[in-house]
Design a protein around this ligand. Structure first.
Ligand SMILES: *Cc1c(COP(=O)(O)O)cnc(C)c1O
Length: 328
C-alpha cells in the first residue's frame, strides 16, 4: 500500500446547525509525501503497472493536475517514469505550485492547447510497454480505490466512530471518486446518498457516465449492482461550477475562509466548490448528517518545491498553459 488508512472522520461542530451535523472525511491525510484522493486511486493502478512490468505511465491532465503530480511521485517510488500531456487551466498560485512540483519530481510534460490535440500527441508519444491512464486516474482500478474507501466508512460507522451520514458530498471531476463511493456505499448496505459537486463541464461528468463507472467497478470487485439503484442514490449538483473548470468562484472563496477557520485548506478548482455545496446543504437542512469528503492533499508542498523550477523557469510552452485570470 502506498497510503495510510483508515483516514479520520471528524465532526465540525462550529459549522453544524441544530438540524444538520457536518462531518469531514480526512482524505487529505492519505499520504505523508502527498495525500488526497489520487492516492487511493493509485493503489490498484500501481499494482497493475508492476504486474504488467509497465516501462512508463502515460497520462493526461490539466496543468495543475493533482493526478499527474501524485502519479509522478508514487510511480517514481517504483522506478516507473511518468509522461503527461498537460492542458491549459486558469492560473492560481496553487496550480503553479503543482506543475512546478511535478516537473521537479521528474515528470516528462508535453503541452496541448486543447483536447483536440490530445489524440495525435498521444499517438506520437506512446511506446511499447507504456501503461495509459485516463484523466484523473479514473479507470476501473482507480475507481475501486473508492469502493474500498466506502468500505472504510462503513467500518467506521459500525465501530461507532461516526454516525451513518445521510449524504456524502464530494467533488465530481472525472468521476472516479464519486462513482467508487456510490458503488461502495450501495454494496456496504449504507443508506447514504452521494452528492457529486460538478467541477468540470457536464459532458465529462454526467449521470450515465458516473453510474456506468460505479456499476463496472462494482462488477470488478465481485458485486452485482443495479444501475437504477445506483442512480437513485446519486445527486449531481451543478450549482457551484461557475465559469468552468479551474475558475475560482465567490462561493468557493467564502467556503475556503470558513474551512480555514476549522483548520482545513481548500483549493479553488475542486474542494472550495464541494465545500460550498456542503455548507449550503447544512443551511438547507434537508439532511441530518452531511459528510464532506475532503479530497485535497494537506501534505506540505514545500519539500517538493525545493528542487523544482521557479515559475519563471518553467519551459515557455508549459508556462503558457497557465491562463491569465478571466480568460477561461
Ligand atoms: C481529482 C480531484 C477531485 C476529483 O476526483 P475525480 O475522481 O476526478 O472526480 C476532487 N478533488 C481533488 C482535490 C482532486 O485532485
Amino acid at each position: 500500500m502506498i497510503g495510510h488508512y483508515p483516514t479520520a472522520t471528524e465532526p465540525l461542530p462550529t459549522l453544524s446547525t441544530l438540524s444538520t451535523e457536518l462531518w469531514v472525511k480526512r482524505d487529505d491525510q492519505t499520504g505523508t509525501l502527498y495525500g488526497g484522493n489520487k492516492v487511493r486511486k493509485l493503489e490498484r493502478i500501481l499494482e497493475r503497472a508492476e504486474s504488467r512490468s509497465a516501462k512508463r505511465i502515460i497520462t493526461i491532465g490539466a496543468v495543475g493536475s493533482h493526478h499527474v503530480l501524485a502519479t509522478t511521485l508514487y510511480a517514481q517510488k517504483r522506478s516507473i517514469p511518468t509522461v503527461a500531456i498537460l492542458l491549459p487551466q486558469p492560473r492560481t498560485d496553487h496550480v503553479a505550485s503543482i506543475v512546478r512540483a511535478a516537473l521537479g519530481q521528474g515528470l516528462e510534460a508535453h503541452p496541448a492547447r486543447s483536447m483536440l490535440e490530445v489524440p495525435l500527441l498521444l499517438a506520437r508519444l506512446r511506446r511499447p510497454g507504456d501503461m495509459f491512464l485516463p484523466p484523473g486516474g479514473t479507470n476501473i482500478d482507480g475507481t475501486r480505490g473508492y469502493l474500498d474507501a466506502a468500505e472504510e466508512l462503513s467500518d467506521a460507522v459500525r465501530q461507532g466512530l461516526c454516525p451513518e451520514p445521510d449524504a456524502v458530498v464530494v467533488a465530481l471531476g472525472s468521476g472516479g471518486t464519486a462513482a467508487g463511493l456510490l458503488a461502495g456505499i450501495v454494496r456496504a448496505g449504507l443508506s447514504t446518498r452521494v452528492v457529486g459537486v460538478r467541477v468540470v463541464d457536464p459532458w465529462m461528468s454526467g449521470r450515465l457516465r458516473t453510474v456506468g463507472l460505479a456499476k463496472a467497478a462494482g462488477k470488478a470487485a465481485g458485486a452485482s449492482l443495479e444501475a437504477s439503484t445506483l442512480s437513485g442514490r446519486l445527486e449531481i449538483d451543478g450549482r457551484w461550477l461557475g465559469r468552468g473548470y479551474g475558475a475560482p468562484t465567490c462561493a468557493g472563496e467564502e467556503a475556503s475562509r470558513k474551512a480555514e477557520a476549522v483548520g482545513l485548506t481548500l483549493d479553488p478548482t475542486y474542494t472550495a466548490k464541494a465545500f460550498a455545496c456542503a455548507l449550503q446543504l447544512v443551511e438547507e437542512g434537508r439532511f441530518q448528517r452531511v459528510l464532506y469528503w475532503h479530497t485535497l492533499s494537506s501534505a506540505l508542498l514545500a519539500p517538493l518545491l525545493e528542487s523544482a523550477p521557479t515559475e519563471a523557469e518553467l519551459p515557455p510552452d508549459i508556462h503558457a498553459l497557465l491562463l491569465p485570470r478571466g480568460r477561461a
